[in-house]
Design a protein around this ligand. Sequence first.
Ligand SMILES: Nc1ncnc2c1ncn2[C@@H]1O[C@H](COP(=O)(O)OP(=O)(O)O)[C@@H](O)[C@H]1O
Ligand SMILES: C[C@@](O)(CCOP(=O)(O)O)CC(=O)O
Ligand SMILES: [Mg+2]
Length: 390
Amino acid sequence: MQVTDFYVSAPGKAILHGEHAVVHGKVALAVSLNLRTYLRLKATTSGKVCINLPNIDTFLSWDLSQLKQLRDEVQRLDAELVRRLREFIGVTNGNLDTCSMATLSFLYLYLSLFGSGELPSLTLTVWSELPTGAGLGSSAAYSVCLAAALLCASGAIPPPLKEWEHTARWCQEELELINSWAFQGEMIIHGNPSGVDNAVGTWGGMLRFLAGKIIPLSRVPLLRILLTNTKVPRSTKVLVAGVKDKINKFPSIMVPVLDSVDAISCTCEKVLSEMTCEPITGEHYNILEELIDINQHHLNVMGVGHPALDRLCQVTLAKGLHSKLTGAGGGGCGITLLRPETDSLIVQSTVQELKDCGFDCWETSIGGPGAQQHSAISVKEEILEILNHY
Ligand SMILES: Nc1ncnc2c1ncn2[C@@H]1O[C@H](COP(=O)(O)OP(=O)(O)O)[C@@H](O)[C@H]1O
Ligand SMILES: C[C@@](O)(CCOP(=O)(O)O)CC(=O)O
Ligand SMILES: [Mg+2]
C-alpha cells in the first residue's frame, strides 16, 4: 500500500452534441462541468474493506477473508469476475439498481487492481456535487475517482501531490491508465459505454470524441450555459439498450439519424472554432441554436425524449432560448444556450419559470480540470466534513 490517506476528485460533464450516436461510432462534443465527485481513501488495519456512498445511501463492508476467497476462486478477471460478483452481492436479474451498480463497479476495480498479492484493508468514502442518474456523467466521475484512488493505492501510479501543493494532476500516461480503468467501471454501470464520459472526467476541458479517439479542443469560445435537471429519474443503461434495439429494428431509418447527429457535432465544432478566430457574430449563435433544435428532434426520434424535457424546450423557447437534453435523456438534464447579449432579467425569469415546473436550474461554468489529487485544505469545507465523517 503506497498511500495511507488521500483525496481525489473528478468532474461531471455535459454533452453538447452526440449522445447515443457516440455509442455507435459517431462524433460527440463534450465539456467538463464545475460540479465534481470527491473520494477519500483511508488505509486501515481493521481487516475490512468499507465503502460509504452517502449520495445513494449505501454503506457496506466486507471482511478481507471473504474478498480473498472470492478473488482466489476466479481465474479470469473479466466476464467471470463480474458473474461471480453479481452472485456475491446477491443480484439475480439483469438490471442493476443504483446501489448494486456502484458496489459492483467498486468490487470489480478493487479485485482487479489488487489481482495478485495482499488485499489491503481500506475505507473509501465518495461524495458528489452531481445529481446521480441525471445525464451529467456522475457514473463516470465516480469511476474515474475509484480508478485514480485504487491505482494509487496499489502503487500502479504515484500520488502526484507534493507536500506544498493543494491540487495536482497525473502525467499523460498515468491519466490514460486511469481512463482505461474508469472505462471498466463505466462498463459495469452503462453496459456498453462509448467512453466519452470517463474521458471528460479524466482530462477535463472540452473534447471531441470519436470511436475511443480523444481530441482536446483547446480553442473554444466561452459559452454561457443554463443547466436544468427535470429530476425525472432514468437509467443510462436502459436508454442506451433501447436505442440499440431501435437501430436493430429499423436500421435504414435510424442509421441516417445517427449520421445526421454526427454532422451536427462536426458543424458545431467548426462554428466553435470559427468563433475563436474571427469576431463572434449573431449568425454564429443562430447556427448553434438551430443545431440544438435539430439534435433535440433527433434524440426524440431515437426514443430518449420525455414530456419534462419537452416542457423545458417550450419554456425556454418562449423566452427565445434553445435547449436540448444532455446525456442519456429519458428525463434527467437539459442544456440551454445563453447568448452573450441575453439579458440577466430574461435569464432570471427563465430560471424562475423552470423552477416553477419543479425543475432545478442554474447557470453553470464549464471546462473545469480533470481528475486530480487534493490536499485536505483544498477540498471545500462542507464536502470535507462529509468525507471525514465516516
Ligand atoms: N456519488 C456516487 N456514489 C455512488 N454511486 C454513484 C455516485 N455517482 C454515480 N454513481 C453510480 O452511477 C449510477 C448513475 O449512472 P448513470 O445511470 O450512468 O447516470 P449519470 O452518469 O448520468 O449520472 C448510479 O446509479 C450509481 O450506481
Ligand atoms: C448516452 C451516452 O452517450 C451518454 C450517457 O451519459 P450519462 O450517463 O447520461 O451522463 C452513453 C455513452 O456515451 O456511453
Ligand atoms: Mg453515466
